[in-house]
Design a protein around this ligand. Structure first.
Ligand SMILES: [Zn+2]
Length: 183
């Protein structure tokens, strides 16, 4: 049985569905997206204070889709990027990391310690995992992630890759790696 905040969410959905308008089917949408050559994938953090739709003013007129994970780290996003590339052929990937990110406060060792307690029998496997800590500031992690995407054999070389820092206290975006700037 559903309890807690999900009860409220389901109630809100019931209201939402009463005025819902069906979107185009997948094949129709993907065909239009590929023809437009304007698809954008935004990779950003799961932090609820960063709503990329609001921060970037994204609506249906901007052909953007989202990947969100802890820190907005790209090693965690390659599978999804490969799929999105196949479906919608996005022209641009934007990597956004933000100030005061959880990954700048909690490091891989903290996550590993918690996982050791949870699953001591998995200690060896957990030791080898990485969780996307950001120790040298977000400008560095952005440059690192843009470099990973540019070097990835799974990402089309024609894709424009942009790295942007988001100041969560002011709402201001600052380009760190642009389409023309060097790494
Ligand atoms: Zn974050």
């Amino acid at each position: 049985m559903v309890t807690g905040p999900v009860v409220e969410m389901l109630a809100r959905n019931a209201k939402f569905a009463t005025t819902y308008q069906s979107p185009p089917g997948l094949v129709q949408m993907a065909t239009a997206l590929r023809a437009s050559g304007k698809g954008v994938v935004v990779i950003s953090c799961s932090d609820p204070r960063l709503n990329p739709y609001e921060v970037l003013g994204i609506d249906a007129s901007l052909k953007a889709t989202m990947i969100r994970n802890a820190g907005g780290r790209v090693f965690d996003a390659i599978r999804t990027l490969a799929v999105l590339q196949t479906i919608g052929n996005p022209a641009t990937i934007v990597v956004i990391h933000h100030t005061d990110c959880g990954m700048t406060h909690f490091y891989d060792d903290d996550v590993k310690k918690a996982l050791f307690k949870l699953s001591p029998e998995e200690k060896v496997a957990i030791e080898d995992m990485k969780f996307g800590e950001i120790k040298e500031g977000i400008e560095n992690s952005i440059r690192e992630d843009v470099a990973i995407l540019k070097a990835s054999p799974l990402i089309k070389k024609s894709t424009q890759i942009i790295g942007i820092a988001y100041d969560i206290m002011t709402g201001v975006l600052t380009e760190v790696v642009g389409s023309k700037s060097e790494l």
